[in-house]
Design a protein around this ligand. Structure first.
Ligand SMILES: [Fe+2]
Length: 264
């Protein structure tokens, strides 16, 4: 039986579990049909006391699941349907849930529902290069998983855009973005995700103080991740290094207290 107490993993409907081997600094996804819960109880009131950083981190993990599932190579009509629904539910609720999860019952429910439906999407499609990077960084530096996803999602979307412009634009338009060209719609969507991370006070990659001498190791681990093959645009270690460089922009503009919430 699975009873989620965050709004992120979707484990209640997936066959995935994640274990970090802290000695080997390796984060592994273990998948198998026996990992499907026989019964899941998804009760949004269980996240009523979730601290704000956990709402932001796990909610953005769920958003990443949905966006990546939609753009992943193994996506199907069924996973696309779940992914679009999840993106709509999460984008429509996360900011109010973050502002006051106790007062906003409807948004609390939508966010929890979105996280579960995103699980149905990526559990039957896959994730892509964002999770390849976040799992590598999470294993090496113990960074909260959803925070790492939020840092890299827009940059991976930027990289993937030429390979899936039409599909990314279609996803953007389901969220109400109205633009003349597909390229423009997708660009607005990417900017929307950047703005959302900022609004939810997510630190930047630069705040992790990871030296660029570590980028080859992170890139190599990301490339070896099982989900690399699901990314809509081929990418090798050099492409991962470029994405890491691109994400290594300015520091977070928020307060030190906001940054310290995540332990760095
Ligand atoms: Fe995830």
């Amino acid at each position: 039986m699975a009873i989620p107490t965050t709004c992120g993993t979707g484990s209640e409907v997936t066959w995935v579990s994640v274990i970090t081997d802290v000695d080997r600094k390796f984060k592994m996804s273990i998948k198998g049909s026996k990992l499907y819960p026989a019964v899941s109880i998804v009760d949004p009131d269980l996240i009523i006391t979730l601290p704000k950083p956990m709402i932001a981190a796990t909610g953005l993990d769920a958003l990443t699941h949905a966006v990546e599932a939609y753009l992943a190579n193994p996506a199907t009509l069924i996973t696309d349907t779940h992914a679009v629904k999840a993106v709509g539910l999460i984008l429509g609720s996360i900011e109010k849930a973050f502002a006051d999860i106790q007062a906003n019952a409807r948004q609390r429910e939508d966010l929890m529902y979105g996280s579960m439906v995103a699980g149905l999407a990526f559990g039957n499609a896959d994730v892509t290069a964002v999770h390849c990077i976040s799992e590598s960084i999470g294993a090496l530096y113990d960074i909260p998983h959803g925070v790492a996803n939020a840092m890299f999602l827009p940059h991976v979307l930027d990289y993937n855009l030429p390979a899936c412009t039409r599909k990314m634009a279609a996803l953007a338009r389901t969220t109400g973005i109205d633009a003349a060209s597909d390229d423009q719609a997708a660009q607005i969507f990417i900017q929307k995700i950047k703005d959302l991370s900022k609004a939810l006070e997510i630190p930047t990659f630069k705040d992790l103080n990871i030296g660029s001498d570590q980028f080859p190791l992170i890139a190599d681990m990301s490339f070896k991740n099982n989900s690399n093959a699901s990314n809509p645009r081929d990418l090798g270690p050099a492409d991962y290094r470029n994405i890491l460089e691109a994400a290594h922009g300015p520091n977070f503009s928020g307060t030190p207290q906001q940054r310290n919430r995540y332990g760095f």
